[in-house]
Write a protein that binds this ligand. Structure first.
Ligand SMILES: [Mn+2]
Length: 440
């Protein structure tokens, strides 16, 4: 069964924030060429999809409060082209199935857009993403301004990026969106749990990588929400290791960072576990510090708390861990204020999560971290990374990389961990890793 967001409800949420002389214009992202004339699989623009459910390129959306609220410019029906590239809803389909009040073919954009811009004073548009789209829009504004001199209508004179309004609405997830994120999380859980069973010395990272993709797709997911990281041994100390092509070795850890995209909403999860089923003493010590930091950071994901509280909580515990492990010496507060900890923990503790893996929404206003609010979803993903060639680190710790990441829904009470089903305690992880994988 395919679930989908409630696009009309999404439009209403945005329109409720807009003044009558305000409008949003969005251009669907183009196809991207892989090589020659072969294209990458098309992934709709998140903003466009969120407002309409439209999944095809060459589309422009114009939204304004009022009688004729949603205008879509779409690919024309073309039976010959459709034989090659599949069904096109066309303008009629845009009205019948996608909630458009008015719909035209994309070829009519330059002709119709000036009329739509009349009476609009504030326009939301992502300038500088596509010179071509900017040129079309500016041309239409010039044309609208010429007629406006005669008919006295206003034309856009204030411009905002989508981050100003649309992305603020997208940042707070509706119940329907949260249901989709739970589904993405459940599929992701299956992939991670089975990967723990599958990992063994001699198994190649690419086999696990492929198994993860298979699990995402066979459960109806779009695929991976970002490039899977399947990093055995010291590969885990490279933050964006994506080669995923080495055989796993006895005694190594395996770090997997992978999340299923379902109905264009993605999970983002990392687990780190022992290939042979049991953490070494050194691996276990590093792991337990990261887990402790992660739990403290998750506990800070509460309404009203500043976004940075999660990071600060993780950094404090990780820095204590670095001292206890013999990686750093000195006073915790000083090591934090001088940022010495960054040698072993060099990334942020999380990010917004939603349709985009690094989802929309600003993190701070006027230099101040914004307070968390119910409906926000954040990742919490502290780690410790000790490079194999770090001669300052105790020898037994070199080459160990650990990250633990979950997806947390901020509620009006306790943090709601959407990915809690994926084990992370030392005991539960080892028990899973010791089970064998039954291929079907
Ligand atoms: Mn992440």
């Amino acid at each position: 069964m395919t679930h989908s967001p409630d696009f009309a409800a999404n439009r209403q949420r945005l329109l409720a924030q807009m003044a009558p002389d305000e409008a949003v214009i969005l251009f669907a992202s183009p196809h991207h060429i892989r090589n020659g004339d072969a294209e990458y699989r098309y992934r709709p623009s998140s903003d466009v999809y969120w407002l309409t459910g439209w999944t095809q390129p060459e589309m422009v959306l114009f939204l304004r409060p009022g009688e004729s609220t949603l205008t879509l410019f779409v690919q024309a029906k073309d039976e010959e082209r459709e034989i090659w590239t599949g069904y096109r809803p066309g303008p009629e389909g845009a009205k019948a199935d996608f909630g458009a009040d008015e719909a035209f073919t994309i070829d009519d954009l330059a002709k119709e857009l000036p009329r739509l811009l009349h009476g609009v004073t504030t326009l939301h548009h992502a300038f500088a993403e596509s010179p071509e789209h900017d040129a079309v829009l500016l041309g239409a504004i010039r044309k609208a301004a010429r007629t406006a001199r005669k008919n006295g209508m206003s034309v856009p004179e204030t411009f905002h990026a989508p981050s100003k309004l649309l992305h603020e609405v997208r940042l707070i997830k509706s119940k329907a969106e949260i249901a989709l994120m739970r589904k993405a999380a459940a599929i992701t859980a299956e992939a991670h749990i089975e990967s723990m069973r599958m990992a063994a010395p001699g198994v190649n990272e690419h086999a696990i990588d492929a198994f993860i993709d298979y699990t995402f797709r066979k459960n109806g997911g779009v695929g991976a929400g970002y490039t899977n990281i399947v990093a055995g041994g010291k590969g885990a100390t490279c933050l964006h290791y994506i080669e995923n092509d080495k055989p796993l070795e006895d005694g190594d850890l395996l770090l997997i960072d992978a999340g299923c995209e379902y109905a264009y909403y993605t999970a983002d999860v990392t687990r780190t576990f022992p290939v042979s089923g049991t953490f070494s003493k050194a691996q276990r010590e590093v792991y337990e510090w990261v887990l402790k930091a992660q739990e403290a950071a998750i506990d800070a994901a509460r309404p009203g708390r500043p976004y940075t509280d999660m990071h600060d909580a993780a950094v404090r515990i990780l820095t204590e861990g670095m001292i206890a492990l013999g990686l750093l010496e000195g006073d915790v507060d000083e090591l934090i204020s001088e940022e010495t900890y960054k040698k072993y923990y060099m990334h942020g503790t999380g990010h917004w999560l939603g349709m985009d893996v690094h989802d929309v929404g600003v993190y701070a206003r006027g230099g101040d971290s914004r307070p968390l609010a119910p409906g926000m979803v954040v990742t919490v993903e502290p780690g410790l990374y000790i490079q194999a060639n770090d001669e300052d680190a105790p020898e037994h710790l070199r080459g160990i990389g650990v990250r633990i990441e979950d997806d947390i829904l901020v509620t009006d009470g306790e943090p709601d961990n959407l990915t809690i089903a994926i084990p992370k305690s030392v005991e539960a992880v080892q028990a899973l890793c010791q089970q064998s994988f039954a291929t079907t």
